[in-house]
Write a protein that binds this ligand. Structure first.
Ligand code: ADP
Ligand code: ZN
Length: 746
C-alpha cells in the first residue's frame, strides 16, 4: 500500500508538496522530520508535516532520504509544528523557509551534515592526601616538588599544574598510585569560547522586592499555563537573580528553561552565572559567537534532551526544547531581538507565541519596556511585576542636563565645560566614566571644500564613513569599503583638503587622548568589539580597571555591571531624535535610561550628564527625571493620535529594483491592490505610500516603501494575502520585502 506525506520545502513555496514514502522509511518519518526530496530536477531540504498516510501516490516522487539521526533526535521536534506554523503565518513567510532558517548552519541545508558534538569536558583537580603514607618522595625530585605545591596551595586543576610540570598527568597518576594525591573529576565549567566562567557568587540574601517577584512568578509557573509577565525593574534592581530563580523552579518541576538575551555580551555573563550555579552539564548556549560546529553541537544536545537550560540570543527562541517550564526575555525592548534579513521575526514576540503553544509563562524583564509592552501591561494583558529600587540601597544616578545651545565653546569639539570638569574629577578619584555616542568610525562623512560634496557610496545614496585607523571609507549600510582617496573623486581637488564632517567614536577617542594624554581610554563599538573575543577582551579590561574612560556606541548601554563607573556622559542626546521614525522618541528614552543605568552601580554614587540641543523633548525630559510614566503616557498619546503601534499594526512593504521606474510602478500597483483588498474585506486601516525610502538607493537598488496600517495582526494578514494574490507575480527585476511589525521603516 502506498504511503504519502506532505512536505514543507525550504524554498519560496507557499504550499506543501506531497511525496511518496518508500515503505522502509514509513516508520521513520514523523512531524518535522528533515527530509531530502527531489525538486525540479534538483534536491531540496524539506520538513514532514505529519506522519505518512496511506494514499494515492501515483504521479508522486519518492522522498530520497531522512536527514535526522532518527535514533536520537530531530533538529526540529514535532512538538513545535504548531508554533512554527503560527510563526510562518504571522510573518508571512513560507513554513519550510521558516524552519530551515531557524536552524543552525549545516542543519538547515540539504547537505546531510551531522556536526560533531563536543563531549562535555572533564577537569581534573589534584589534591594532596591528608595524613598520608610515611615514605614521601625523595626530596628534590619532580614528585616532591609537585606534592609540596599541592600541600602549600591546596587543590589545583591539572591544567594549571601542566604549566610547571610537562608530565603533570603522568606524575599525578603515579602519585595517586602511591597514595600521595587524590584526583577528582569535575565537569569543566567553561563558556564555549573556551574561557573558564566567572564565578559571580549569589547574593547573601535576596531583597523583599526580589522575593516578591519570585513568588509572583512561581505562582504563575505552578499553574502551568501560558501567561506573560512584565518585570519592570529599574537598572540594577537585581533582575538576573529573578530569572535564575525562575529557571531553578522549572528544573525543580522537571521542566526546562529558556533565557533570551539581546546580545552576546550578556549571554556570556548569564552563561557563566548559570553554569556556576546550576552546573555546566545541562546548560547549552546559542549565539553567533560560536563556531557553526559548536552551535550545531549545542543544538543537537538540546534536541537529544541532554539540556535543561538554554541561554541564547534571538534565534534560541527556536531551541528544540520539548518541555519548557519558563521563558525569560531579558531587555525585551531591545532591537537586537529583531532579525532583519530573510525571516524577519522578533524574538520577543516569538517567545510569547512559544509560551502560548507550550503552555508556559514568559517573563519579560527590563527597566525600559517598549511602548507597546508598557501599553499591554497597563491594559492588563501582561501581569506586572515591579522592582522599583536598586539592590543594596544604591540610589539611581543623579541626572543633569547640559543645554548645548547655551554652552559656548566645547573642549575637543564635543565636551561642554561641565562634562569636562566632571570627567576630570571622576578620573582623579580613581573611578571610571562612559562617554556615549551612537556613531562609530571617525566621521560620518568626508567633505570636499572645493566642490562642496561629500564622498558617497557608489551603491547607496549615502555618505561614506571615515575610519581613520584603517585609512578607509566605509558604507555602514552595504559594507562597501575603499581606501582614502588621494583626491576628491567628484572634482579632483587634493586629498589633504578633504574635511571630516561630524563626529564618531574614533574621533572622540583621538581628541580625548590629545586633551588628556594620561587617561587610559578604550573604545567599545562594533569595530573594536565586533566578535565575542574582542568584546570579552574590552569588557575584561574595564572590569579590571585598566581603563579610565570608555567611549562607546549603544553596545555599552546594555546590561553590563561595572561597579566603578560613576559618570556617564551622553554626548548628543538628540542624535536618535533626528531620524524620521515613529520610534525615535522611544529609542532616545531607552538609550538615555539604559546608559544612565550603568552609572553608580557600586559604592560610589552615579552622575549622568546629558548634552542636548533639544532639552524640552518629552523623551529627554522623562529620562532625566527618572519618570517612565511621563514618557509612556505622552508617547502613547502621540501614537494614538497618529495611528501607530500599539494602536495600529504595521506592515512595511519594500519594493526594490535596479531600475527606479520598475520599483516605483510595482509599488504603485501593489499599493492599489492593498487598498482594494481593504475595501473588499471591509476592514479599517490605511495604506500609506508608495514613497521613496529614506535612503532611496542601497546596493545599487532603488527602494520604494508602502506602509500598511491595520487594526489587528489578523486583518493585516488577510489584507496582505488577498492583495498579493490579486496583484499577481512581480516583474522579474523587482524584489519585495515584507516586514511585519517593523522597527524601522526603511
Ligand atoms: P539588573 O539586571 O536589574 O540591572 P543585575 O541583576 O545585573 O541588575 O544585578 C546588579 C548587581 O546586584 C549584580 O552584581 C548582582 O549580583 C547584585 N545583586 C542582585 N541581587 C542582590 C541582592 N539581593 N543583594 C545584593 N546584591 C545583589
Ligand atoms: Zn553602500
Amino acid at each position: 500500500m502506498p504511503y504519502t506525506v506532505d512536505v514543507a520545502l525550504a524554498a519560496p513555496l507557499w504550499r506543501a508538496l506531497s511525496y511518496a514514502v518508500p515503505i522502509e522509511l514509513v516508520n521513520l518519518v514523523k512531524p518535522l522530520t528533515r527530509l531530502l526530496v527531489p525538486l525540479r530536477g534538483g534536491q531540496s531540504l524539506g520538513f514532514a508535516l505529519g506522519k505518512p498516510v496511506v494514499g494515492d501516490a501515483s504521479g508522486l516522487k519518492n522522498i530520497l532520504d531522512i536527514l535526522d539521526e532518527v535514533e536520537s533526535a530531530q533538529a526540529c521536534p514535532g512538538e513545535l509544528l504548531n508554533f512554527y506554523q503560527r510563526a510562518a503565518s504571522y510573518y508571512q513567510t513560507p513554513l519550510g523557509q521558516v524552519l530551515a532558517w531557524s536552524l543552525p548552519a549545516g542543519l538547515g541545508t540539504a547537505r546531510p551534515k551531522g556536526g560533531k558534538i563536543p563531549k562535555s569536558e572533564i577537569e581534573f583537580h589534584i589534591s594532596a592526601r591528608q595524613g598520608m603514607a610515611k615514605n614521601l618522595p625523595r626530596v628534590g625530585t619532580q614528585a616532591d616538588r609537585f606534592l609540596r605545591i599541592l600541600q602549600k596551595d591546596g587543590p589545583k586543576p591539572l591544567a594549571e599544574l601542566r604549566k610547571t610540570f610537562t608530565q603533570a598527568g603522568a606524575l599525578a597518576k603515579r602519585l595517586e598510585a602511591a597514595g600521595w594525591v587524590e584526583i577528582h573529576q569535575k565537569p569543566l565549567v567553561r563558556d564555549l569560547l573556551g574561557n573558564p566562567v566567572s564565578h559571580e557568587p549569589p547574593p547573601e540574601q535576596l531583597n523583599p522586592d526580589q522575593t516578591a517577584a519570585i513568588n509572583q512568578i512561581h505562582t504563575v509557573m505552578d499553574s502551568t499555563e501560558f501567561k506573560a509577565l512584565l518585570m519592570f525593574g529599574v537598572t540594577g534592581s537585581g533582575k538576573t537573580e529573578v530569572y535564575l530563580a525562575a529557571c531553578e523552579r522549572a528544573l525543580h518541576k522537571k521542566r526546562q528553561a529558556l533565557i533570551l538575551v539581546p546580545e552576546i555580551g550578556l549571554c556570556l555573563r548569564l552563561e557563566g552565572l548559570i553554569k556556576s550555579r546550576m552546573g555546566a552539564e545541562r546548560v547549552a548556549v546559542l549565539h553567533s559567537g560560536l563556531t557553526p560546529a559548536a552551535r550545531r553541537g549545542q543544538w543537537m544536545a538540546i534536541a537529544r534532551g541532554e539540556v535543561d537550560v538554554v541561554v541564547g540570543a534571538r534565534s534560541a527562541v527556536f531551541a528544540p526544547l520539548k518541555n519548557l517550564g519558563v521563558i525569560c526575555v531579558d531587555e525585551e525592548q531591545d532591537e537586537a531581538y529583531k532579525q532583519e534579513d530573510r525571516f524577519r521575526y522578533n524574538g520577543r514576540d516569538l517567545a510569547l507565541l512559544r509560551g502560548q503553544e507550550q503552555s508556559c509563562p514568559v517573563v519579560m524583564g527590563t527597566a525600559t519596556p517598549s511602548v507597546t509592552t508598557w501599553h499591554r501591561a497597563q491594559r492588563g494583558d501582561y501581569e506586572l511585576i515591579t522592582l522599583p529600587r536598586r539592590v543594596k540601597g544604591a540610589a539611581l544616578p543623579k541626572m543633569s542636563l547640559v543645554d548645548l545651545r547655551a554652552s559656548g565653546k566645547f573642549k575637543a569639539g564635543f565636551l561642554s565645560s561641565q562634562l569636562y570638569e566632571a570627567l576630570k574629577k571622576t578620573v582623579a578619584q580613581g573611578n571610571q566614566a562612559i562617554l556615549f555616542l551612537n556613531r562609530r568610525g571617525f566621521a560620518p562623512a568626508l567633505l570636499c571644500p572645493s566642490c562642496g560634496k561629500t564622498i558617497g557610496c557608489p551603491c547607496c545614496s549615502l555618505s561614506l564613513t571615515l575610519h581613520k585607523s584603517g585609512g578607509r571609507l566605509n558604507c555602514h549600510t552595504c559594507g562597501y569599503t575603499r581606501p582614502l582617496p588621494p583626491k576628491c573623486p567628484n572634482c579632483g581637488a587634493k586629498g589633504e583638503e578633504l574635511k571630516p564632517l561630524g563626529l564618531g567614536t574614533e574621533a572622540v577617542v583621538e581628541r580625548l587622548a590629545e586633551l588628556e594624554p594620561g587617561w587610559r581610554i578604550a573604545r567599545l563599538d562594533r569595530d573594536t568589539a565586533g566578535d565575542a573575543a574582542g568584546l570579552r577582551e574590552i569588557l575584561g579590561r574595564i572590569a579590571h580597571h585598566e581603563v579610565d574612560v570608555i567611549v562607546g556606541t549603544q553596545m555599552i548601554t546594555k546590561g553590563h555591571h561595572f561597579p566603578r563607573i560613576s559618570l556617564v556622559g551622553v554626548l548628543l542626546a538628540d542624535q536618535a531624535l533626528a531620524v524620521p521614525d515613529f520610534r525615535a522618541a522611544e529609542r532616545t528614552y531607552v538609550l538615555i535610561t539604559q546608559v544612565a543605568g550603568r552609572a553608580g552601580r557600586g559604592s560610589s554614587s552615579g552622575l549622568v550628564m546629558v548634552q542636548t540641543y533639544d532639552p524640552d523633548h518629552h523623551a529627554v525630559r522623562a529620562a532625566l527625571a527618572h519618570d517612565p510614566e511621563a514618557f509612556y503616557t505622552e508617547d502613547l498619546a502621540e501614537r494614538r493620535f497618529l495611528g501607530y503601534p500599539p494602536f495600529m499594526r504595521l506592515v512595511s512593504l519594500r519594493l526594490e529594483s535596479a531600475r527606479e521606474q520598475a520599483a516605483q510602478s510595482a509599488a504603485a500597483h501593489l499599493a492599489r491592490h492593498l487598498k482594494l483588498a481593504q475595501q473588499h474585506l471591509g476592514v479599517k486601516g490605511q495604506v500609506m505610500g508608495p514613497a521613496p525610502a529614506p535612503v532611496i538607493r542601497v546596493q545599487s537598488r532603488f527602494r520604494y516603501l508602502i506602509l500598511l496600517k491595520s487594526p489587528s495582526a489578523a486583518t493585516a494578514g488577510k489584507v496582505l494575502r488577498l492583495a498579493r494574490h490579486n496583484a499577481g507575480d512581480l516583474p522579474g527585476n523587482v524584489r519585495l520585502r515584507v516586514d511585519v511589525d517593523p522597527l524601522t521603516i526603511n
